[in-house]
Design a protein around this ligand. Structure first.
Ligand code: HEM
Length: 208
């Protein structure tokens, strides 16, 4: 007879694979827009410029939050199998945000400077994306070994990234998104505090 634990163990690789591939759905969402541009359909670049930031922005927001949530989920659940997703989702965030940035630079009729920094909202999105570069470049075992303690310090850059994304959302007029985003970030931040993590650990140990 299969026990609950054995069944969960058997499901874990499948769950992990689905979770790892989930952000790829954004590529499928953007595919028709990109195909139109590639085929030279009239008005396609303008349509891509109009719709891509929304699709890519929401996807980047989702993967950024997912990446930031992996450690609190481990604290609450005791799971370890999903830890690999922290890096995956971080890299997805960078890839999606960088695509957003490149499209903004290439497709804006006013020129690339206006495309990436023509308003406070755009400049904040650009800054957030640029700050993701060192994080993406060092999200590997070799960098962790080379940087030692500095690796953790460097990865604290995620905090200004989160702040800049909130500023981006406020200045582009997405107040509802900004409030929802900051609320989730605040909960996740509290769950990451050493005292809170230790308290949850004690509660979990008391139950087992
Ligand atoms: C980590 C990076 C980023 C995140 C998390 C992000 C997030 C978002 C989200 C969630 C939206 C949708 C808001 C809504 O539907 O109300 C959005 C829209 C937008 N984003 Fe970003 N974004 C990022 C980077 C960028 C960059 C680099 C640019 C361009 C330089 C950019 C330009 C825009 C524009 C133009 C919109 C559409 C505003 C509108 O519909 O009026 N974003 N972004």
């Amino acid at each position: 007879m299969t026990t609950g634990t054995a069944r969960a163990d058997a499901l874990t690789p499948a769950a992990l694979l689905i979770a790892r591939l989930l952000p790829a759905a954004v590529v499928l969402l953007a595919a028709p827009l990109l195909l139109d541009v590639a085929l030279g359909a009239p008005g396609a670049p303008a349509e891509l410029h109009r719709r891509a930031p929304d699709v890519l922005g929401k996807a980047a927001l989702g993967t950024l939050l997912a990446s930031y949530a992996i450690t609190p989920i481990a604290t609450l659940s005791g799971w370890r199998w999903h830890i690999v997703l922290r890096r995956d989702y971080g890299l997805w965030t960078f890839a999606i945000a960088a695509t957003d940035l490149v499209l903004a630079a290439v497709l804006d009729e006013r020129g690339w400077q206006a495309g990436i920094a023509g308003s406070a909202g755009l400049a904040a999105g650009t800054m957030a994306t640029l700050l993701l570069i060192p994080l993406a470049l060092t999200s590997n075992r070799w960098s962790m070994r080379m940087l030692g303690r500095d690796w953790k310090r460097l990865h604290m850059l995620v905090l200004p990234v989160l702040l800049l994304v909130a500023v981006h959302l406020v200045f582009i007029g997405s107040d509802a998104f900004a409030i929802a985003f900051l609320s989730v970030v605040a909960v996740l931040w509290v769950l990451r505090l050493g005292a809170v993590t230790r308290w949850i650990g004690r509660v979990r140990a008391g139950r087992t």
